[in-house]
Design a protein around this ligand. Structure first.
Ligand SMILES: Nc1ncnc2c1ncn2[C@@H]1O[C@H](COP(=O)(O)OP(=O)(O)OP(=O)(O)O)[C@@H](O)[C@H]1O
Ligand SMILES: [Mg+2]
Length: 313
């Protein structure tokens, strides 16, 4: 369980930046994805939650431990992946780094001897365990950071762009690891710029813009921000201009010439944009009665990327 109450923060430097009164509860077993444009404050918020910077106001509680009053227990309950690669020792190998951090977490040698190879295997670094960290590629560094976050099997994970710079195969395996954590009841807050990833993974999304959490909700709720859906109908052959005109007129009439509705034709597909509140079977019947034979129909929802662009405006 991760709980934020009225978190406020302002950098006291020449570049002023403010996080405005953020309140949020993330229950166990939930993946919460923080989205937002560059500079919105996502990493800053993760740094606050992990105790790396102290907020000017508000409280962070991690599994019931206050991040300031119970700093030690709060930190022990966290698995953290930050974008910053300087937190590893460049001259040590991947395995030695994990051994070092495992020691810092107070994990005993016997346990680590078993745990480290398991984790390296899990993140696909088994064959590179003995390679110096400085020789790791960007994606390998990210995977090692995830392995480190998993070392002490904490209940809460804060993952800042865990998949950035990772190749598609490894990204998929990292997604599987994160889903597995969710399945084991862990609380997960992650940031990503990959909208399809957020779409696939997140139970809820929070959209941060200029330090304000402007919208929170499930992915389906976010998609309602865009009031345009698309119905595509593919014909077996070409549709002539007269037929198109007739279909257009009938569909428009059916929907009372609603301003949201538009019909376009890109051979051999007719596209009907609508606001999601129409009876699609009626529209389809008009198209089927008037046009050439239909080979395919599909409805296209707005993507999370469309929503992102709209909310970032
Ligand atoms: N140490 C610092 N001192 C002053 N300002 C800072 C400091 N670190 C970050 N900032 C500013 O805080 C703002 C938020 O930065 P942050 O890194 O949290 O954004 P972000 O949402 O993680 O962006 P990105 O998507 O690029 O990772 C930016 O305007 C940044 O320039
Ligand atoms: Mg960031």
């Amino acid at each position: 369980m991760l709980s934020l109450k009225n978190i406020k923060f302002q950098y006291q430097s020449k570049k002023s930046f403010t996080i405005y009164s953020i309140c949020l509860d993330i229950p166990p077993g939930e993946i919460f994805s923080l989205l937002g444009p560059n500079g919105a404050g996502k990493t800053t918020l993760i740094r606050i939650l992990s105790g790396l910077i102290i907020p000017q106001g508000g409280k962070v509680s991690i599994c019931g431990f206050d991040s300031i009053e119970n700093e030690y227990d709060a930190r022990r309950s966290l698995g953290l992946v930050l974008g910053d690669e300087r937190t590893f020792y460049f001259r040590l190998s991947g395995a030695q780094n994990l051994e070092f951090f495992g020691g810092l977490y107070g994990l005993n040698r016997g346990f680590l001897k078993k745990r480290i190879p398991e984790l390296l295997e899990m993140v696909g670094l088994r064959d590179d365990a003995k390679l110096q960290y400085m020789r790791y590629s960007t994606g390998m560094k990210k995977r090692l950071a995830l392995a480190r976050a998993l070392l002490h099997d904490p209940p809460v994970f804060l993952l800042d762009e865990p998949n950035s710079g990772v190749d598609p195969r490894s990204a998929r395996s990292i997604r599987e690891i994160i889903f597995d954590l969710k399945g084991r009841g862990k609380t997960i807050l992650l940031t990503t710029h990959d909208m399809s990833e957020a779409d696939k993974m997140a139970d809820r999304i929070g959209f941060l813009r200029e330090g304000r959490l402007i919208k929170i909700g499930p992915v389906s709720e976010f998609k309602k921000v865009i009031k345009r859906n698309k119905l595509e109908v593919e014909f077996a052959g070409a549709c002539d201009v007269a037929t198109l005109g007739r279909i257009n007129h009938l569909v428009q009439r059916l929907m009372d010439f609603a301003p949201f509705l538009s019909v376009a034709y890109h051979h051999p597909v007719i596209e009907i944009m609508h606001n999601g509140k129409f009876n699609l079977s009626q529209i389809l019947k008009v198209v089927a009665d008037e046009g050439p034979p239909i080979v395919r129909t599909s409805t296209v929802e707005p993507s999370l990327e469309d929503v992102f662009l709209k909310l970032a405006e």
